[in-house]
Design a protein around this ligand. Structure first.
Ligand code: SF4
Length: 363
């Protein structure tokens, strides 16, 4: 059915440019290689819950190197995944423990609220400790290589974009449904068995729920690529925990270096966090970048973003230049965001992508 709905999703399997940027993802999707979380479960991690956090980070840094060695050996079939033993405690368990501790003084995102979520304190995102789901389904509206995408929408967000299209989810306007990691693991297995190419963690924003996501995947028993679908406004600590977990980083790159991020999305230091996280993602996984073009933000945002991508991540970076902006929620509070894009703005954005030298962009 989805093949009929999205013939481009079939065609992309033979698209050389897409394969070049997302080669490992395609292999995991077709079960020719294990997803990163499956490999992370096989890497032994010797630690105790009484160890200091500093000690756990040191171990995590060492094991990140060991993880990528293991991935290289398994991918090149120097080691067989089926012959790897399951350790008593794994790299994935270590990530879960570190993420749990981060929530005691929450700095999962760049906002670094410092609240103890385990004691019932809530930070900017409003997220507690039990993952709250709005909906999940096989999403047909994502990039061709991703659909059908087993998308799980969770409540809460670390930014406050006044034009948010998912504002009922990001701003807790719905009650949502509480899930345990084991229940969510069964949801993921079902989505995969129904033909989804991946599991797509989105919201709102997945960052506040990182600990719960890591724990969920410790219970997942199928091979499925993990798509980390984020606003890119997460902390360096979160970036480290994502290495060896996220197969595809589907990252928004929303604003240029000026004050737009703060003015429109209440996100100070967006550029600094976003660029660091993109560099980290490019090094540790495969990347699709979404650049939502906003009316009258071509010069301050779209142009420098596209240039930065080409210069820092390479001309072949898979980049989706998006034209679907429409005024939603509180967009009327920002005068230039009260309308949709003009034809000339869309043409200009394509021109900027070409001039930046990007060779693998889609619109
Ligand atoms: S994830 Fe939520 S509580 Fe944690 S730092 Fe970010 S906004 Fe604050």
């Amino acid at each position: 059915m989805w093949r009929l709905l999205r013939p481009d999703a079939e065609a992309v399997l033979h698209d050389k440019k897409a394969r070049k940027s997302l080669g490992r993802y395609f292999d995991v999707m077709q079960n020719a290689k294990p997803a990163k979380f499956q490999l992370a479960k096989k890497l032994p991690a010797e630690f105790s819950e009484t160890d200091s956090t500093e000690k756990l980070w040191k171990l995590h840094d060492e094991l990140t190197g060991a993880y990528y060695e293991l991935e290289k050996h398994v991918d090149s079939r120097l080691k067989l995944f089926s012959e790897l033993e399951t350790p008593r405690k794994s790299f994935l368990d270590l990530k879960i423990e570190i993420a749990r501790r981060i929530m005691e003084n929450c700095h999962l995102c760049a906002r670094r609220c410092g609240v103890n979520r385990w004691k019932g304190e809530l930070g900017f995102c409003g997220c507690g400790v039990q993952i709250t789901v709005s909906s999940f389904f096989a999403h047909m509206g994502e990039e061709p290589e991703l659909v059908p995408s087993g998308t799980i929408f969770t409540l809460g967000c670390t930014m406050r974009c006044l034009h948010c299209q998912n504002w009922t989810i990001s701003q807790w306007m719905e009650a949502g449904e509480l899930y345990t990691p084991k229940q969510l693991a069964r949801v993921i297995e079902r989505l995969r068995s129904e033909g989804c190419r991946n599991v797509n963690l989105v919201g709102g924003e997945p960052t506040p729920w990182l600990q719960q996501w890591l724990e969920t995947f410790s219970h997942v028993n199928v091979n499925v690529p993990v798509v980390w679908n984020s606003n890119s406004y997460y902390s360096e600590e979160t970036a480290k925990l994502l290495a060896g977990f996220a197969d595809v980083y589907l990252l928004d790159f929303k604003y240029g270096e000026g004050t737009c991020a703060e003015r429109i999305s209440a996100a100070p230091k967006y550029w600094e966090n976003c660029t660091r996280n993109h560099l980290y993602a490019g090094k540790h996984g495969e990347l699709i970048i979404r650049v939502l073009v906003l009316p009258e933000h071509l010069e301050c945002c779209t142009k420098p973003i596209l240039k930065w991508i080409a210069q820092n991540l390479g001309e072949n970076t898979r980049t989706n230049v998006m034209f679907q902006y429409r005024p939603e929620w509180r967009a009327h509070e920002i005068p230039e965001l009260r309308r949709r894009l003009t034809q000339s703005e869309m043409e200009k954005a394509v021109e900027y992508a070409r001039r930046a030298g990007l060779k693998n962009f889609i619109t």
